[in-house]
Ligand binder design. Sequence first.
Ligand SMILES: NC(=O)c1ccc[n+]([C@@H]2O[C@H](COP(=O)([O-])OP(=O)(O)OC[C@H]3O[C@@H](n4cnc5c(N)ncnc54)[C@H](OP(=O)(O)O)[C@@H]3O)[C@@H](O)[C@H]2O)c1
Length: 243
Amino acid sequence: MADQLVNKISVVTGGGSGIGYAIAERFIYEGAQVVIASRNRQRLDAAVDRLGPRAQAIATDVADDQLVAQLCNQLERIDILVTCAGGALFGPVAAVSPHAVRELFATRFFGQLSMIHYAVPKMSAGSAIILCSGAADVIGLPMFSAGTAIDGAISSMARSLAIELAPRGIRVNTISPGLIKDTQIQSNMSQKQTSQFVQQTLAAIPLKRQGLPAEVADAALFLASCEYVTGQIIQIDGGWSAA
Ligand SMILES: NC(=O)c1ccc[n+]([C@@H]2O[C@H](COP(=O)([O-])OP(=O)(O)OC[C@H]3O[C@@H](n4cnc5c(N)ncnc54)[C@H](OP(=O)(O)O)[C@@H]3O)[C@@H](O)[C@H]2O)c1
């Protein structure tokens, strides 16, 4: 075990799988106590079994304000909040229903905002908030317009919150993943769509490979522990957004 986050209490939404799980695993390795929160109880329990005794699961739907309030009320304090709960919508704008877009906003945008709203009263000077955006906050990505709009909204909100919460000693930063494999996110695309999308996207990524959840966790650990960084958006995207 390393010791960068000893005695820290962290909440990681979406911590039952993918990027959130990798962040929970890294934070626990660094000594933190981690509460993972998402909807699927079975997946959460399996994750806690793998993460060990410093992990705890609370089932919640971040799109439901009351459940988010209940989650935060159960905790004495929150030192590091990471908001990874989310998903994606793939398809041409005329085929993706506005209802599905509203649902994605409810989870990915309002879910992060709601977590911050209820978590901030539990945070004191030295705490950190890490939001999850996506590399498409700065690049156009056809067939993903709803998700890219959310990426932009999150990155923008994070900059404003960083300034607003600085006087309280709470830092706010954003991880912005590019094309990250070994997560559940592509499960709403067919195998053929996924492989076509990956091939096309890799052509635009200078490092010519997909990223790993553990590589996003590297960035999250940096943002959780480096006390002079706030208001920043770290692109973990193999250079995609720089090309
Ligand atoms: N992977 C990528 O290439 C990529 C790129 C850019 C941005 N991102 C963003 O990174 C974040 C993590 O994605 P991932 O790739 O790790 O995918 P993932 O494995 O699907 O993780 C998303 C997690 O969010 C949880 N979740 C979904 N809706 C929820 C809700 N309403 N309330 C609570 N939890 C909810 C899911 O668990 P339950 O279903 O059990 O609730 C799941 O554990 C997402 O916000 C995604 O948009 C990912």
